[in-house]
Design a protein around this ligand. Structure first.
Ligand code: XBP
Ligand code: MG
Length: 240
């Protein structure tokens, strides 16, 4: 029986990546770097999970290290850039620039109503989760989720399965009793490596990803009922 839904955050619970992109560019500007990521570049960079890891990958791809940075050290510079980026993203969320995806809030309340457990398994930082869900679910948002695993608890980022393995362990459930909901191929690979059946909701940044092995690939969760998820989950168990 399906006992828990495990949600990814960025691109799944909410359409966040445009706001993340603007926040990265804001941070580069604030730091005095002449770096600018456009949508095409960011779409490619999203293949690297984690904001800090993404900055490092981009920097390495440039091969040029601005002199003043060399003295401060790469890690400190990346930490500072990510701090500035996170602050700008937080402001964007508070300004209402980030919206929950269609059908997500309805599914969360239907699941809670049925006593189904809910969890979050994300690559992003805890402050990004709390700002977003406090904005859309109110001050007691965390009470809806029995387990939250994020960048602070699972430093090995997707496609590594750690964040999902830790989520299952803390839920006290097996993968076959759960369903993951993701938006990217890194997310699908992480959830699949943890043994989870996974429903994909694509978005403009991930619709070109390879979703082989996904249980369903949908444009979003609009009109997707809990009963439907339970059916698909039962079918996936029957087919294994
Ligand atoms: C997607 C990510 C995150 C965000 C940016 O996370 O890879 O890195 O793009 O957030 P998810 P940070 O697993 O929720 O799809 O800058 O906080 O890393
Ligand atoms: Mg995602």
């Amino acid at each position: 029986m399906l006992k828990a839904l495990i949600f990814d955050v960025d691109g799944t619970l909410a359409d966040t990546e445009m706001a993340h992109l603007a926040a990265f560019n804001h941070a580069f500007d604030e730091f005095g770097l002449d770096w600018h990521w456009d949508v095409a570049m960011y779409t490619r960079l999203l293949e690297v999970s984690g904001g800090k890891e993404r900055i490092r990958a981009y920097w390495e791809s440039r091969g040029d290290m601005p002199l003043e940075v060399a003295h401060n050290g790469i890690d400190q510079t990346i930490d500072r850039l990510h701090e500035l980026k996170t602050a700008a993203y937080e402001q964007a969320v508070q300004d209402g620039a980030v919206h929950m995806r269609p059908g997500v809030l309805a599914l969360i309340s239907a699941a809670a109503h049925e006593g189904m457990r809910l969890a979050i398994a994300t690559t992003t930082s805890p402050v990004n989760i709390s700002n977003l869900l406090r904005r859309w679910m109110g001050p007691d948002w965390a009470s809806h989720f029995q387990v939250i695993e994020d960048a602070s608890t699972a430093p090995q980022k997707k496609p590594h399965p750690r964040v999902y393995l830790q989520t299952l362990q803390r839920l006290g459930l097996t993968a076959s009793q759960c369903l993951a909901i993701e938006d990217s191929s890194n997310g699908l690979r992480a959830a699949s490596a943890a043994g989870l059946a996974t429903v994909i909701t694509t978005n403009a940044f991930t619709e070109h990803h390879d979703f082989k092995g996904a249980l369903r690939v949908l444009p979003d969760l609009h009109n997707v009922s809990l009963a439907q998820l339970q059916d698909w989950h039962a079918q996936s168990l029957a087919s294994h």
